[in-house]
Design a protein around this ligand. Structure first.
Ligand code: SF4
Ligand code: SF4
Length: 278
C-alpha cells in the first residue's frame, strides 16, 4: 500500500517561511472536526524552520531545515496517549484526535522531536497532521509543499519499499534515527545543517607582498592518520566539510612550494581558522 512521506531538501530551503505561514493560514481559526481543532494565533510553529549558522567571518554559511511532526511509524506519542487519542492511519499519517486528547499534556512531553504543541485555551496537544483533511479531499500535495517556491518541500505517496530504495539511492536521512522512531519525514543534504567544517585561508609573504596561495595541498589528520585531503582555491581558501560536530581535535597539514606547516583545530561547531601564513 502506498503511504505518505515528506521529502525536504536542506540545500534548497531559503527560509522564506511560506510553508510555515501556509499552515497558519490553514489552521488558525479553522476547525476540522475529526482532524484538528483551530491552531492558536500565537506560540505554535507546526512547521518550524530550524537554522544552523556555520563558521565565522567570510567563511560563513547558514543552513535551514524545516521541521515538523515526523509521522513516525514507531511513534512515542501513540504509546504515551490513552484512550486512542493518537493513532496512525493506514496511509502513514499520525493524527492527534482533538477530542480524545483533551487534557493529555503527556503527549507533548512524549515527542522526542518537540513537535507537539500545547493549546492552552483548548487544553489539547496539537501537531501538524499532514493536512489530512485536504489529503482526504483529494489533494495530492500538502499546503507547505504547494507553496514552497524552491521545491525544497515535497510530499510523496509511495510504497515503503520504494521509499527505502529512494532513501538509499539519494542518501536521504531522517532526524534522530538513533531513536528508532522511524520518521516519515526525510532530508536531502541534511549534512548542510547537521555537520561541521574547518575552513581557512592560506597566504604567504614574498618581497614584502602578502598574497593568497592557490593550489596548496592540505591533509586533514586525526590521530595521526589522514581522513581527508583538499587543495586551496585561487583565493587561498579551503574547507573540510561534513565533520561530526563535537568531534574534537584535528591537525591540518598544509604543503606548498616545499614548505609544510601544521595547524591544530578543535571541532565543536564549524570553525574558520582565518588566515594561515606559510
Ligand atoms: S514526531 Fe513526535 S508527534 Fe510526530 S509522530 Fe513522531 S513522536 Fe509523534
Ligand atoms: S516554503 Fe520551502 S523554501 Fe520556504 S521555508 Fe518552507 S521549505 Fe524552505
Amino acid at each position: 500500500m502506498q503511504k505518505w512521506n515528506m521529502i525536504i531538501d536542506v540545500a534548497e530551503c531559503t527560509n522564506c517561511n511560506l510553508c510555515t505561514l501556509a499552515i497558519m493560514d490553514e489552521y488558525i481559526d479553522n476547525d476540522f472536526p475529526g482532524y484538528c481543532a483551530p491552531m492558536p494565533k500565537h506560540g505554535h510553529r507546526w512547521i518550524d524552520i530550524l537554522q544552523n549558522e556555520r563558521g565565522q567571518g567570510t567563511q560563513l554559511d547558514i543552513a535551514y531545515a524545516p521541521a515538523m511532526c515526523n509521522h513516525c511509524d514507531d511513534a512515542p506519542c501513540i504509546k504515551a496517549a490513552t484512550g486512542g487519542a493518537v493513532t496512525k492511519r493506514a496511509d502513514g499519517i499520525v493524527i492527534i484526535d482533538p477530542v480524545k486528547s483533551k487534557g493529555q499534556r503527556q503527549i507533548v512531553d512524549s515527542c522526542p522531536y518537540g513537535h507537539v504543541w500545547w493549546n492552552e485555551a483548548l487544553q489539547i496537544p496539537q501537531a501538524w497532521n499532514f493536512d489530512a483533511h485536504l489529503i482526504d479531499a483529494g489533494w495530492k500535495q500538502t499546503r507547505g509543499g504547494q507553496v514552497c517556491p524552491t521545491g525544497a518541500m515535497r510530499a510523496v505517496k509511495i510504497e515503503d519499499a520504494e521509499m527505502q530504495a529512494m532513501a538509499k539511492a539519494e542518501a536521504l536521512e531522517t532526524l534522530k534515527p538513533e531513536l528508532g522512531t522511524k520518521p516519515r519525514v526525510w532530508y536531502r543534504n541534511l549534512w548542510r545543517y547537521s555537520t561541521a567544517f574547518i575552513a581557512g585561508s592560506v597566504s604567504r609573504e614574498a618581497g614584502g607582498i602578502v598574497d593568497c596561495v592557490g593550489g596548496a595541498e592540505l591533509r586533514l589528520l586525526r590521530g595521526g592518520a589522514a581522513v581527508a585531503t583538499a587543495k586551496t582555491d585561487n583565493y587561498g581558501d579551503f574547507k573540510f566539510d561534513r565533520l561530526p560536530e563535537n568531534s574534537g581535535d584535528y591537525v591540518i597539514e598544509i604543503s606548498f612550494g616545499g614548505v609544510t606547516k601544521r595547524v591544530d583545530a578543535s571541532v565543536v561547531k564549524s570553525i574558520s581558522l582565518g588566515e594561515i601564513r606559510i
